[in-house]
Design a protein around this ligand. Sequence first.
Ligand code: SF4
Ligand code: MG
Length: 329
Amino acid sequence: EPVLEMRDVGVELAPLGGAARRITSDVDLALHAGRTLALVGESGCGKSVTALAAMNLLAPPLRLGTGHILLRTPGAAPRDLTRLSPAELRAARGGQLGMIFQDPMTALDPAFQVGEQIAESLRAHLGLSRRAAHDRAVELLQLVGIHEPERRVRAYPFQLSGGMRQRVMIAIAVACSPAVLIADEPTTALDVTVQAQILELLRELGARLGMATLLITHDLGVVAENADTVAVMYRGRIVERASAEALFTAPAHPYTRGLLASLPPLDGPRERLRPIPGQVPPAGVADADCPFVARCPEAMPRCLAARPALTAIAPEHEAACFLHATVAA
Ligand code: SF4
Ligand code: MG
């Protein structure tokens, strides 16, 4: 059974005094212990709000419009995060859900030594003494591959490289041995070599600590080696879902194929991701037609007349495209 399950989750943008607009819809995701699910798509497709929704961390003008978020952790009855009181939710998040963001500089407090920031989380959620939290912070820095942890524990964020700051963020995220780790573009701000090291660290920690990991990225290139399963998102909806292997060997949705075609060749020079052709998709979900129709090289007349449902096309492989699927209800 999945540790964290999002069912039919839809996020709305509800500005004060304005009409609410759906920006994601029908999102179903299941995270399993010790495994990594990658959520992939261009910026603006709804990945980050999905990550926030997974922890029930949406703040106005964003709000959960539909859906449930079920957390199943050992020794506790399954909980629906959408039904917890603010205090219960804080407790559940701190101990069970860890999160890492793109830019560690904004997430770390520049005025405090990194060791204090790790210790603070340990003291708040595990009730450790000052001394025990300090010692555990040193151990955590070691765990995330920071050399000379006894010395680095006293460093301020500005004294560390970007890669080391992200390792500190990972240490904070895993400090309470969370069941679920959500990493939103954790390596986007880092250079390529450091990116690979951080992703390897996340993979290793996920397996070692048995965490269910949600890895959010705009780069399919990071997915191949770092995810077990992949969900591809476009305009607020999941348009394809498969094992990483199936996605790379038999991509079914034209959008996924476009993302794959935009990857730089493995044997060529590393370069930035080339965008797939066509206009940047508008924000928000659409129901009347296929969300990808304006950019799709394989569009047919029926793609303008209805929206394809996410449909099984092989065991554990689904796509929402009329090349494979039927009309959505
Ligand atoms: Fe392209 Fe039509 Fe498939 Fe949409 S449903 S991705 S427009 S072929
Ligand atoms: Mg984002």
